[in-house]
Design a protein around this ligand. Sequence first.
Ligand SMILES: [Mg+2]
Length: 265
Amino acid sequence: MYLIFTDLDGTLLDHETYSWEPARPALERLAARRIPLILCTSKTRAEVEVYRAALGIRDPFIVENGAAVFIPRGYFPFSAPQAVARDGYEVIEFGAPYADLVVVLERAANHSGVRVRGFHEMSAEEVSERSGLRLEEARRAKQRAYDEPFVILDAGGAPRLLAEIERLGRRWTRGSRFYHLTGDNDKAGAVRCLRDLFERASGPVTTVGLGDGLNDAQFLAAVDVAILIPSPHVEALRARVPHGRLAPAPGPEGWNAALLQMIPD
Ligand SMILES: [Mg+2]
């Protein structure tokens, strides 16, 4: 049985337009074959719920760079260990509280002397301008629980700032648009957790991962079949995921072609 884990921005969704239209044939094939499609993204729960509904997906999902796994109640024939019940989901949390991360970002900026701007300081309008999201989407993107996206305002300041974040005991990663400050979590841990639950429910699975950013490197290295979606970061990604296969095109076109080739009709 296949289990597909996918990043959203720049992978299933076009980097500029956020459209998934070119991926429709592969999405339909996955649905017809009842292959679970796990969204695995830096986006928030509020954002992912909109995409799940639009895509007609009912499978579990991973938010905020692996900070939490949301499993629809009753999806597995058992309760997930360490899960808490919330709004019709079983939620497994790996992330640190958002308020703590905001404090660490400010402290790291002060200590390093590098100016940053985090989502908590940005209005929805500013997030919209920086990301190309529509205003209502930007509002959902700001509803964060465990992960602070930020931009570095001082050119050349990244190494000092990122080292300071690590010195303060937090992690950072980089998505297709923003840096992210996170707790002790990454996408790979959440992917492993879900893979184990699927295997407990239905036996061995073959995991497939698709991603385009450095924040996808760990989970792509952890899956059986890694599909690398072309992006400006793809060479760095290839170095970290040597067994990865390069999709033939960026974004949802490459996503579609790679999965149609892999999963027979
Ligand atoms: Mg991405």
